[in-house]
Design a protein around this ligand. Structure first.
Ligand SMILES: [Mn+2]
Length: 328
């Protein structure tokens, strides 16, 4: 499979590398690393992301400024990275399929295999690790820039090796990326010690206003557009904030319900020990991982959404409970 996917990329001449809307380090890690690798060939390579305002905090990543929000006039392959479903790209799958082959590289449990060629390895710590494995198995050694991208994607997706599906080979891969030039201290500083004041203010709001339900096992917070305005935080600043609640000792499931500008809601779910929140998200049309998932909801009453999720939580271990996925 590693060979077939790389072959499909090799066969194309005009390649668009696509990361998901509201990108994180992993989706950018993959696409920016591939951009670095493919630039050394005679191919035309483009970086596409549909998000209007890219997260400022990821500006440190190499080639960040090369990302465009429009597609080139001609292309014959679209490489989609870290997207459980094609609509995460913000593109229309039928329109793209007329023009190009879709190559799907991912690590989500819930990936729908939407590509013409699919490289979905789940569990895997990150999509960046999948990309690295693919490069290695095709005899390609990433540059220090590409290695930094792949390291950043993995360290971020695993919460600095706190969760996800690491195994010994993940750590070997990380060691190799460091050998190739990724700088762990620099990357940690760029990710951790760079909190905008507005994000800090938003954390303060979340810490003050969440609810504990179900005997302290569920932590729930609503974030309204008004809260973003008041604190000066941007939508990107809400990312990861849910982890504050998950980290409380009694909490098994943390829920964040975020009001979008158009009045719809984005729902983020986190779990700690036994609850597979990707299954709950899937039920509402979303997806994700065992311990981190989400979905978008058109329901206009946030309280109703909370009730629906609590209802699923109450089905409990019978419906959603499994042991945490571990890899042999
Ligand atoms: Mn990922």
């Amino acid at each position: 499979m590693f060979k077939a996917v790389w072959q499909a990329i090799e066969n194309a001449q005009n390649i668009v590398l696509v990361s998901h809307i509201n990108p994180d380090c992993d989706t950018l890690g993959c696409t920016l690393a591939l951009y670095d690798v493919l630039q050394k060939s005679d191919k035309n390579v483009f970086l596409f992301n549909a998000t209007e305002n890219l997260p400022r905090k990821l500006r440190f990543m190499p080639y960040f400024n090369e990302i465009r929000s429009t597609l080139p006039s001609k292309f014959d392959a679209v490489v989609v990275c870290d997207c459980a479903r094609f609509d995460r790209t913000g593109l229309d799958i039928d329109a793209i399929k007329k023009e190009a082959k879709i190559i799907n590289i991912d690590h989500h449990l819930t990936n729908s295999d939407f590509g013409d060629v699919n490289l979905v390895i789940s569990p895997s710590a990150s999509a960046s690790i999948v990309v690295y494995e693919m490069l290695k198995r095709n005899g390609i050694t990433p540059s220090s820039k590409a290695a930094s991208c792949l390291y950043t994607g993995t360290i971020d997706d695993t919460g600095f090796f706190a969760y996800g599906t690491m195994n010994a080979s993940t750590f070997s891969d990380m060691a190799e990326l460091v050998t190739l030039g990724a700088d762990p201290v620099l990357i940690s500083k760029q990710l951790k010690q760079s909190v905008p004041l507005a994000r800090f203010r938003l954390k303060e709001y979340v810490a003050r206003s969440f609810d504990l339900l179900r005997n302290g096992m569920v932590g729930l917070v609503f974030i309204w557009q008004e809260d973003l305005k008041r604190t000066g935080a941007k939508r990107e600043d809400t990312e990861d904030i849910i982890n504050l609640i998950r980290d409380i000792v009694s909490v098994e499931m943390a829920v964040m319900i975020l009001e979008e500008e158009d009045g719809s809601f984005k729902v983020s779910l986190r779990s700690k020990n036994y609850l597979d929140v990707s299954k709950i998200a899937l039920k509402f049309g979303g997806g994700g991982h065992f311990g981190a998932a989400g979905f978008e909801s058109g329901i206009t009453h946030a309280g109703d959404i909370a009730k629906m999720i609590l209802n699923e939580f109450d089905k409990g271990i019978k419906e959603y409970g499994t042991k945490m996925v571990t890899q042999e």
